[in-house]
Every structure is written in C-alpha cells, then in structure tokens.
Design a binder for this molecule. Structure first.
Ligand code: GAR
Length: 226
C-alpha cells in the first residue's frame, strides 16, 4: 500500500476546456479555508473557455494552450508540462478538460492527476455521460473523482456521490443535479489527498481516518526498520 501524496499544502494546476464551475467550487473551498491548497495556474485548450475568464477575474494566472498551434499531441502536451513545471504544480486537477491525456503528461505526473467524471464509474465513460445514463435508463447516477491513468476514465476511484434519476429528467436537469454533487466532492477528494489520507492498494483507494492512518504509518515505519 502506498501513500498517494504526502500531507501538506498542495499547489494545483487546473486544466479546463469549458465553463469552469468545478474550478470555481475548488477556488471557493480554498478561499473559505476548507481546503489547504493554492491554485497556481489554470490552463485551457479552448480560447473561448469561460474558465479562462473566471480565473483571470479572480487573479489566478490563466494560460491558453491551443492544440491547433502544435504539430502533434506530444508537442502540445510538452508545452502543458512546461507551464505546469514553471508554476511548480504538484497536483493536476482536470475540471471539465475534454481531451484524453497522453503519455507526456501522465509520465511527468504519475499519480498526480485527478479528474471528475459526471457518472458513477465504471459506467458511462467518455463524452455525454449524463445523456448515456439517461438513455440507458438507470435509476441512479452521480459523479466520480478518480486518479487519472492511461485509460478513458478508468483510474482508481477516490470519491463518488449518487443522485437519483427521475422519469421526467432531461439531460439538463440530470446534469445540474450531478453538478451540485461534483461541487461538493471534488474539493473534498483534494482535501483527503492534501491530508495524506489517500493510499493505493492495487487499484483500490483506501482512505485512512486519522487514527487508523497513524497506526498504519507506524506499521510501515516498523517494516522499513526491520
Ligand atoms: C462537469 O460536469 C464534469 O464532470 C464534466 O464536464 C463538466 C465540466 O463543467 N467532465 C467530463 O465530462 C470529463 N469526462 P465545469 O466546466 O463547469 O466544471
């Protein structure tokens, strides 16, 4: 079992392609001192992403990295990594980033990238998750915060929240109900990481409470010493 991140204040780099409401929820949690972290930079791949403006208005550096200006995905992602390193980011937060991350970013930040997905993974991966859930006819859906690996929405799950799906739901009404939960669980998952309470065993995330955490840490110390 490995501790995913050691406890301490986290420097966040947010990647967003759109509206930026999850970015805002995290920003507010930090402002209200519920989350011990700092958003160093927001990067977007879309020049008209409202998230860029939301960051600027709050005095957070925002950087547009337009994939059309790069020869291939690798050079595009190298630029992303360069910017993240410049800002000394230690956790990448995907907040409505609508591209599959490639090897370049994944290798530079192993176990240091989190994503929020608007469905109960492993169901309904990829685009239009809320529509997929509605059309499938599930009675419950929700959202998932997970660590990013090379797959599409496949990494180890940190937190999930469940919402009911009503018979008269539209994609919009269901998306809105899920979004309310996204805004609650994303910063909470980052908080658990910043408290050093998130451990990985195989592909399972184990979240320690403080007491159990101490016991386990001592056990690991003992193992190291022996
Ligand atoms: C959120 O619902 C998020 O879960 C989803 O995009 C929306 C972004 O909203 N992400 C994905 O579908 C990723 N596969 P926001 O820009 O207001 O945070």
């Amino acid at each position: 079992m490995i501790q995913v991140i050691k406890p301490g204040k986290l420097k966040l780099g947010v990647l967003a392609s759109g509206r930026g409401s999850n970015f805002l929820a995290i920003y507010e949690a930090i402002k209200e001192e519920k989350l011990n972290a700092e958003i160093k930079v927001l990067i977007s791949d879309k020049k008209d992403a409202p998230a860029l403006k939301k960051a600027e208005e709050r005095g957070i550096d925002s950087v547009l990295i337009d994939p059309a200006l790069f020869e291939n995905k690798e050079s595009f992602e190298k630029r992303i990594v360069t910017v993240l390193k410049e800002y000394e980011v230690d956790l990448i937060v995907l907040a409505g980033y609508m591209r599959l991350l490639g090897k370049t970013v994944l290798k530079a930040y192993p176990l240091r990238i989190v994503n929020i997905h608007p469905a109960l993974l492993p169901s309904f991966t990829g685009l239009d998750a809320q529509r997929q859930a509605l059309e499938y006819g599930v009675r419950y859906s929700g959202c998932t915060v997970h660590i990013v690996d090379e797959g599409m929405d496949t990494g180890p799950i940190i937190l999930q929240a469940v919402v009911p799906v009503y018979q008269d739901d539209t994609v919009e009404s269901l998306s809105e109900r899920i979004l309310q939960e996204e805004h609650k669980i994303y910063w909470q998952a980052i908080k658990l990481l910043s408290e050093g309470r998130v451990y990985l065993e195989g592909r399972r995330i184990i979240i320690m409470d403080e007491r159990k955490g101490a016991v386990n840490l001592n056990m690991m110390k003992k193992l190291k010493q022996s």
